[in-house]
Design a protein around this ligand. Structure first.
Ligand SMILES: NC(=O)c1ccc[n+]([C@@H]2O[C@H](COP(=O)([O-])OP(=O)(O)OC[C@H]3O[C@@H](n4cnc5c(N)ncnc54)[C@H](O)[C@@H]3O)[C@@H](O)[C@H]2O)c1
Length: 378
């Protein structure tokens, strides 16, 4: 069998570094292609060449930008599998830095695909990171149990602190979201991620490379940048608590999300990359369990032994949805993949890792200020 060689764009990041570990364990040669964005890597412990110390020593490293077609094309030498993770990641930030986000996400994906479409490489299979954010609101039922398409919540209701989703004056009941739910991206980041998914699936099909888009829910776990105020809520809350400050919670904190361990996300990518089936499709990757944002804040405070309650802001952040958690039946049925880590064990591990880090700079207030100045919080 030919040497299996996976190129992971964004492979020095949170998910990419775990994926590198999993693919190395599965016998792949792994090359990480990453431009080491300062916002992500600024405060991470680095080696002499600027790579994060957590990166697997067996991973080959190329410092490069996917916006640079020539550098990306050169990195494809010998590569049989491609996972595209490189992106700017932050829902709130995407609503102010619209050009930067669209360049580094949509245009960057276009660069990757144009290189692939021109040929002259050995890529046989690829996957791209999509996001739950493309759904907008999750799936809901009416009181009578009928499916309901939830519209974005009207501003007047949000200004009155009425958070739940309604249809014709009736509060809807959230259920696990399936891939069939119509997409309603509500932020530039989400629009960019929908672009990623559709661009990869359409070009992948056209050039005959099986392609999977994984709609990742909220990934958490070791190595998530603690000082980046724009990424995962678990890392942001942990960072606040370590600085003896209350986690800042939008709305009333009862919004439901799906927190999936990063190692489960990495294993989902590994599963679809090592499958032999010819698939061009999108799949949810979540834990399958719904957890409120308040539960995350309280759980982290308890595990970090901090007697600090979340600061519930009672404000709406533009682009946020009320409830969205995953139905994970489709990836189980198609690839036999199921997440293996549970929430309590995963959070305990996260806290153990966070506690071992030097106390990170807390940028949550700065990022809230930026959002308020640009009227992205109401
Ligand atoms: N973390 C989550 O919960 C989550 C949820 C849904 C989707 N995703 C998606 O998964 C992917 C990985 O997310 P993550 O949490 O690991 O983010 P991350 O910020 O930790 O990693 C992204 C990596 O990409 C690199 N990068 C960014 N732009 C680049 C460019 N132009 N060229 C080369 N490298 C570049 C960054 O330096 C960073 O190392 C992203 O596409 C993100 O949109 C993540």
């Amino acid at each position: 069998m030919r040497n299996q060689h996976v190129l992971i764009t964004g492979g020095a990041g949170f998910i990419g570094s775990h994926l590198a570990d999993v693919m190395i364990e599965r016998g792949f040669t792994v090359t990480v292609f990453d431009c080491l964005l300062p916002q992500v890597h600024g405060e991470i412990e680095k080696d002499g060449e600027g790579w994060p110390r957590y990166l697997n020593p067996k991973a080959r490293r190329i410092k490069g930008d996917v916006l640079d077609q020539r550098a990306f094309a050169a990195a494809l030498t010998g590569v049989t599998h491609l996972v595209h993770l490189a992106a700017s990641v932050g829902v709130g930030q995407s609503m102010t830095n619209i050009v930067d986000y669209t360049r580094n996400n949509t245009l960057a994906a276009a660069n990757v695909l144009e290189v692939l479409a021109k040929g002259g490489h050995g890529v046989q299979r690829m996957a791209v990171a999509s996001s739950m954010s493309i759904y907008g609101e999750g799936e809901y039922l009416t009181r009578g149990g009928k499916p309901a398409i939830a519209e974005m919540r009207p501003l007047e209701r949000l200004q009155r602190g009425e958070w739940e989703v309604q249809q014709n004056g009736e509060t809807l009941t959230p259920i696990a979201t399936r891939e069939t739910k119509p997409l309603q991206p509500a932020s530039i980041y989400a629009v960019n991620k929908r672009d990623h998914e559709e661009m990869f699936l359409s070009v992948g099909r056209a050039i005959g490379i099986p392609t999977v888009a994984l709609r990742l829910f909220n990934a958490y776990g070791p190595r998530q940048a603690l000082s980046n105020p724009y990424t995962g809520v678990a890392a942001i809350f942990a960072s606040r608590l370590l600085n003896d400050r209350a986690p800042l919670v939008f709305e009333d904190g009862m919004q439901m999300r799906d927190f999936v361990h990063v190692r489960d996300v990495a294993e989902a990518f590994a599963t679809v990359m090592t499958s032999q089936s010819d698939v061009w499709d999108a799949f949810n990757v979540g834990s399958g369990a719904a957890v409120s944002v308040n539960t995350i804040a309280h759980t982290l405070a308890r595990l970090l032994r901090k007697n600090i309650a979340p600061h519930v802001l009672g404000k709406y952040r533009v682009g946020d949805v009320r409830h969205c958690y995953a139905d994970i039946g489709k990836i189980a049925k198609t690839f036999g993949f199921r997440p293996r880590r549970d929430f309590d064990g995963g959070m305990e591990e996260l806290v153990g890792w966070v506690a071992a880090q030097s106390v990170p700079t807390d940028g949550a207030e700065r990022s809230l200020g930026e959002l308020e100045r640009s009227k992205m919080v109401v």
